[in-house]
Ligand binder design. Structure first.
Ligand code: FE
Length: 277
């Protein structure tokens, strides 16, 4: 078994999206354009309502999946097919946009902390025009395991210590773990061979990833391999560990449309304008 280690370190860039929501874009920016099959990773975190109150009014998506993981705060999701969902602390929404939806993601609070992540996961050519699908997962559906002393893991997708994450039927066979490490606690994770993966430290000061220190707000791209060694730093820390099967297909992207060719992007824009979403 070969160990995975950090091959690149990325810090998010400050940007805004939607109607002016301030966020850190970690994947999907010049420093890390994509990590096949992951197209984008945003962290939104603010206790200033002015940074998030405008939300993400109605906008389209086609050709990929959006994954929202709420840590704090409350957003409401709605789409043009009548689907509604509440994103409360600890909940996950795995949305397969497929051939297209129009949706909005709007804050349901006027003050307090709003904190979470949105990850974009690509779909292969054969599934880009699939029917839209939602997996709305409440915190009570997410298994919490303690695979070693001082280690707590929420298994959102993938398997760990006999628990299987509730997200199912995703073509890239994702692993999505929220790992809490007490100081000095250690954990060895098996990540599927061939999956591309990353670790992002979002609480605490630092953690050891594959033997190297990774700071808070730093994303480490993982090498090929199987096992990943994690160890807590001097203070309690919390990390996202995410991996997925690369698609190895051409990517044509334009804002909320991610297809294989420029022609398919033109078609997506035309379909959107024609009200076909
Ligand atoms: Fe969206």
């Amino acid at each position: 078994m070969s160990d995975r280690h950090i091959t690149r370190r990325i810090r998010g860039t400050d940007t805004s999206d939607g109607a002016g929501v301030k966020l850190k874009r970690i994947i999907g920016q010049p420093g890390l354009d994509m990590l096949d099959p992951f197209l984008l990773l945003d962290e939104f975190r603010s206790d200033d309502a002015g940074d998030y109150i405008a939300g993400f009014p109605e906008h389209p998506h086609r050709g990929f999946e959006t994954v929202t993981y709420m840590l704090a705060g409350h957003m409401q999701h709605g789409d043009n097919h009548g689907n509604r969902g509440d994103l409360t602390p600890g909940s996950v929404q795995w949305m397969t946009a497929g051939r297209g939806i129009l949706h909005s993601e709007m804050p349901q609070q006027e003050n307090g902390l709003m904190w979470g992540f949105q990850l974009w996961v690509n779909l292969p050519a054969k599934d880009k025009m699939t029917a839209p699908r939602y997996q709305d997962i409440g915190p009570e559906q997410i298994p919490v395991v303690h695979p070693a002393e001082g280690v707590e893991v929420k298994v959102i997708a993938g398997e760990l210590a006999g628990a299987t994450g509730p997200v199912e039927g995703i073509v890239t066979a994702p692993v999505y773990l929220d790992v809490s490490l007490q100081p000095g606690a250690s954990l060895t994770l098996d990540l599927p061979t061939g999956h591309h993966g990353f670790v992002y430290v979002f609480e605490g000061e630092s953690a050891l990833v594959g033997g190297e220190s990774l700071q808070r707000s730093e994303l480490g791209v993982l090498s090929e391999g199987e096992q990943l060694q994690l160890r807590g730093g001097d203070k309690p820390s919390r990390l996202l560990v995410v991996a997925g099967k690369p698609l190895n297909e051409s990517v044509a992207r334009y804002g909320p449309f991610v297809m294989n060719t420029p022609e398919q992007i033109h078609e997506a824009i035309a379909d959107f304008r024609a009200g076909k979403f």
